[in-house]
Design a protein around this ligand. Structure first.
Ligand code: LLP
Length: 418
């Protein structure tokens, strides 16, 4: 990550020493680079120049208000999966007419809110959802613009928990039922069929499944057009992977070029829903070493960040690089890097070779800008960490650390009468 550099023996994000942020804001702490985000958006922009398109940032990857506001300022739209995400987008100045709403379980209330806001598109995932949306839209005299999310049944070759485009997954409408559901959709009141959608999974590092999925969907789109459907949008989903370790994902340019060629001259608007590829490498999680511990069998580095701040290693066994912020020497040791949470599964790294660190040292977990803070929890009553956005030689605190009082906000203690 070019925004992350060792200068004078200290790790900097852009021009700001990470140790300075740790000192002022404490640890654990999430830190993001605005420049890295801007550059990734620029890559999509450049690759899509001349093609009618809409890039909808997938809010679930990082929903901090400042980041959403900046992306809206850059002209991006948003891919949402809940009323909460819609609220965040509108609260950050996002344009509702650039919002697409995905997900298998939209509630009536969420449909209603999205219709009132005037979003661009509902990506509908089942007949039941389609019928419900028809009822909700008709009841308020609106028409919902709809794309059906088609499950193209391709193997995305990623972690099974984040693979969504296989037939056995809960997502989308099977390809062989698609025509029938499109016919139903055009008969339902309050439904305006305008597109087709797919999303086969996340952290995709191989281009071929993406090309395969887009090709299948584009073929269906042209067949639907022949049958009189006004398919104006093809939403190709998100999923482009990043290099956490030694993966070799396609570049944004290669990915977009492959999608465009699979789109085979489609004359409507192509929608992209990238999340990870925009923000993952823009962020680090800063933590402090609390204790070194050796059980005879194993060495542990106990740090003040845990699965509560970053759950990806515990949940998917994901590899995230970890580096000292002020490296001491080149000597390395092998240890598990673990947090204070009372679970054996609470680790950030296992059997990791790391330059020697001591108690009080700072470490940075890299590639933490996507699916980091957003998946954080208060388990073990740990207040969630602050978020900081670096811009050149300054930084903004874009979320304050939670307090103990925040932990009990909303809880009520009844009056005991027994
Ligand atoms: N569109 C839809 C419909 C999605 O379900 C997702 C991600 C995206 C777009 C954005 O995908 P991306 O470009 O970020 O790969 N928590 C997991 C990732 C879960 C992804 C869920 N859906 C992780 O930490 O790896």
């Amino acid at each position: 990550m070019s925004v992350l550099q060792l200068k004078n023996g200290e790790l900097h994000l852009e021009e700001v020493p990470l140790a300075q942020i740790a000192e002022r804001e404490g640890t654990p702490c999430y830190v993001y680079s605005l420049r890295a985000i801007r550059e990734q958006v620029g890559q999509f922009r450049a690759a899509l120049a001349g093609t009618p398109h809409l890039v909808c940032f997938s809010v679930k990857a990082n929903s901090n208000a400042a980041i959403l506001s900046y992306l809206a300022h850059l002209g991006l739209g948003f891919d949402i999966v809940s009323g909460g995400e819609l609220f965040r987008v509108l609260n950050s100045g996002g344009a509702p007419e650039k919002v697409v709403f995905s997900g298998v379980g939209k509630t009536c209330r969420e449909m209603h809110e999205a219709l009132q806001a005037g979003i661009l598109l509902f990506n509908v995932e089942s007949i039941a959802e389609l019928r419900e949306l028809s009822v909700v839209a008709s009841s308020i005299g609106k028409a919902a613009r709809v794309a059906l999310r088609i499950n193209p049944d391709v193997d995305p070759k990623t972690h099974p928990y984040i693979a969504t485009g296989l037939r056995k997954s809960k997502f989308g409408i099977p390809m062989d039922q698609a025509r029938e559901v499109y016919e139903l959709a055009r008969q339902l009141p309050g439904i305006d069929v305008v597109g087709i959608d797919c999303h086969i999974g996340s952290q995709l590092t191989d281009i071929s499944p993406i090309v395969e999925a887009v090709s299948r969907v584009v073929e269906l789109a042209s067949e639907l057009r022949k049958r009189g459907f006004d398919i104006r949008y093809i939403d190709v989903g998100g999923g482009l992977g990043v290099r956490y370790r030694d993966e070799t994902p396609p570049s944004v340019a290669e990915y977009v070029a492959a999608v465009l060629s699979a789109a085979n001259g489609f004359s409507g608007t192509l929608i992209f829903e990238p999340g990870r590829s925009i923000v993952a490498l823009a962020g680090v999680l800063l933590a402090k070493v609390l204790f070194l511990k050796n059980t005879g069998d194993k060495s542990f580095i106990v740090v003040d960040a845990a699965m509560t701040e970053l759950i990806r290693p515990a949940l998917y066994g994901s590899y995230q690089a970890i580096v000292p912020v002020q490296p001491r020497a080149s000597a390395v040791h092998v240890a598990d890097i673990v947090g204070p949470v009372c679970e054996t599964g609470d680790f950030l790294a296992r059997d990791r070779e790391l330059p020697v660190v001591e108690s009080g040292d700072l470490i940075a977990v890299l590639g933490a800008g996507a699916y980091g803070f957003v998946m954080a929890s208060n388990y073990n009553s740990r207040p969630r960490p602050p978020e900081v956005l670096v811009d050149g030689s300054r930084y903004h605190l874009v979320r304050v650390r939670e307090s103990y009082t925040d932990l009990v906000r909303g809880e009520r203690i009844p009056a005991w009468d027994c």
